[in-house]
Design a protein around this ligand. Sequence first.
Ligand code: ANZ
Ligand code: ZN
Length: 803
Amino acid sequence: MAQYNHTAIESKWRENWEKNPINVNDGKKEKYYCLDMFPYPSGSGLHVGHWRGYVISDVWSRYQLLKGKYVIHPMGWDAFGLPAENYAIKMGVHPAISTESNIKNIKRQINQIAALYDWDMEVNTTDPSFYKWTQWIFVQMFKKGLAYEKEFPINWCPSCKTGLANEEVVNGCCERCGTPVTKKNLRQWMLKITAYADRLLDDLNKLDWPEKVKKMQTDWIGKSYGAEVDFPVKGRDEKITVYTTRPDTLHGATFMVLSPEHKLAKELATDETREAVEKYIFDASMKSNVDRLQGKEKTGVFTGSYAINPLNGKEVPIWLSDYVLADYGTGAIMCVPAHDDRDFEFAKKFGLPIIQVIAQDGKEIENMTEAYTDAKGTMINSGEWNGMESSVLKKEAPHIIEKMGIGKKTVNYKLRDWVFSRQRYWGEPIPIVHCPKCGNVPVPEDQLPLKLPEVESYQPTGTGESPLAAIDSWVNTTCPCCGAPAKRETNTMPQWAGSSWYFLRYVDNKNDQELVSKEKADKYLPVDMYIGGVEHAVLHLLYSRFYTKFLYDIGVIDFDEPFKKLFNQGMITGKNGIKMSKSKGNVVSPDDLVRDYGCDALRMYELFVGPPELDAEWDDRGIEGVARFLNRFYNLVMDSKDKDIKETKEMVKLRHKLVYDIETRFNQFSLNTVVSGFMEYCNKLTDVAKKEGGIDKETLKTFVILLAPFTPHLGEELWRELGGTDSVFHATWPECDEEAMKDDEIEVAVQVNGKVKAVIMVPADIAKEDAIAAGKAAVEGKITGNIVKEIYVPKKIVNIVVK
Ligand code: ANZ
Ligand code: ZN
């Protein structure tokens, strides 16, 4: 028996591909851009979990290559950010140096995967020739009024000592370190992503993305339709405007709640309530967002003032509570406890009236124990609106309110502008100069990149100033506009700045005149398939859509969505589903597995562990099964290749079925069942080979082509053994002939009075009479009595009923 020596085979073909590249752009082929989410070059390197996404994208890329495309499959480094900076603080190594050595190491590890990466296209977000364009985009946004400065209370991580974007706050905690986030009043640079809210929402329809991710973005943008209604304050000139999505329930508004930050909160207090109100406002300001959001019990305080329900003139008490957010809608709400959970809970706690205005199953509920939040039905207790259907009224109420002059129709979004400045060192400097005369002036484009200066101390100051502020020689400059002494902006950009547009740069990474040339952008962009984890659904995947739309608007590119198709791979976990990490000590390194079983076996096993979109638990032992299969297949080919076996009908049928099954599963992205399919067919062919002395070349070659994207080295080796003179990746992807695949003989059971007496083989398309005749012949002699009925269930059963 031949011996499958993975080490020799793999190193041989790697060398060969190095000399004779297989993915060549001849300018005629159709392009296919298959992109990985580029990694952060951390110091700990790659484990088997990291391999999974890269293997998935490589298998997909090689499949496209075999379909005759020129595949753009680049790789690069998302290298600004806190870990490198924290390492610098701890070890005293400049982040640029540790980043460079990490990149070197990870690149070596990535090369173990044998992916098709085109390293000529490599990008690194911390390279000045790259971040020149990150800064250039910022300047263009500034010129269009989309980058602006604002002082307001932002999310602040006390541990990372920097401001955060809303998207970086998860359940009230810092996305990176898990510390509860507080508020800090700071001068910020903001990007007006809200100006793109509608397009970001509407264009989701164009995308072939997982529904789950589209829903997360939809919810994050959070567009809602409703009305703003003005409630006059009793005894004062002022009005309080509330935002409601349910103006149809206006008759049920029995009280009103303002956020403690509302501008009238203090003023509405009376002599009796002032002390309690001020204490409540102070306490709320000390609470972290987590406490406010997750606080189990509703808290609140009565202001002592009343507002007038503008529809029916009834007085409603005005309360303060921190369940009303300051920065959503108008920061004030009308409360309809009968139909809203939070309002119901609040009303119960503070003994406020509850008036049902929508009948449930045609009835008014006697003792409400919970809010009727489904809120569909006939209006009750609603004056002139009684008897209307709530679903109809919900749509009409905004117009009615507008006509009455008590409010207006509105649309609201949850999406907020993007807090874009960080008070840290290791990021792109924001290219703005503050001039006492001219105001904010962008650094002229011919002076970009504005390079990050060397500093002695990377330590975040915690004061809200970045470490750059301490370098006088850098801070002090002259105004590009009037030449007067001026100061540089010292904040840096967030981690997400470079990754919002890097995919555009790969195809023209050496261009120092343009971000990307029109010609190359038209030819190679956008991305056809994007592969990466789901954790960036409302961060990177939203930001890059925003950047792409902006660059489309200013004419840099001709498309307004970056990623046509998205695939989110599941995570590989350690035992019991625990995330692999150094600190948990459950990291499995690919090195030993590659040495013992080969790169091909590990690639295949990465896919075999489970459906690629789901998390999967790693078990080292599983790779042995895959290695055994590769061995078996290797032997099948090596035993048959010189025997000149003539194809039999059975071989031809198996060959077409194989093509059909593999291709179908491939297109459903069911890569684990593609692998099990290979195993099944290898077994079937091995059985046939035992009968026939071997397998014909055409069938073996077909199998090898299908297998090659998964196990490129073995694929190449066996292709050449079967007589291939050029690379297997230049072969033609096989096509399946559905006719040839059909079973021509089928099994039919013959029953007498419902009991199986025989099984016969008949042509698949046999006529009823012939099937019955064949069935009767098979059970001749087993029949006693008279035949009263003959039944043929096509392709399954002949039943003969006797008496
Ligand atoms: C009356 C009402 C009756 C409401 C009812 C809901 C149900 P979305 O869909 O998220 O936009 N709301 C408005 N501003 C708020 C704020 N700053 N903080 C907390 N809650 C606020 O939800 C809008 C609804 O959330 C609004 O409609 C308002 O309560 C509340 F049966 O008004 B509703
Ligand atoms: Zn100036």
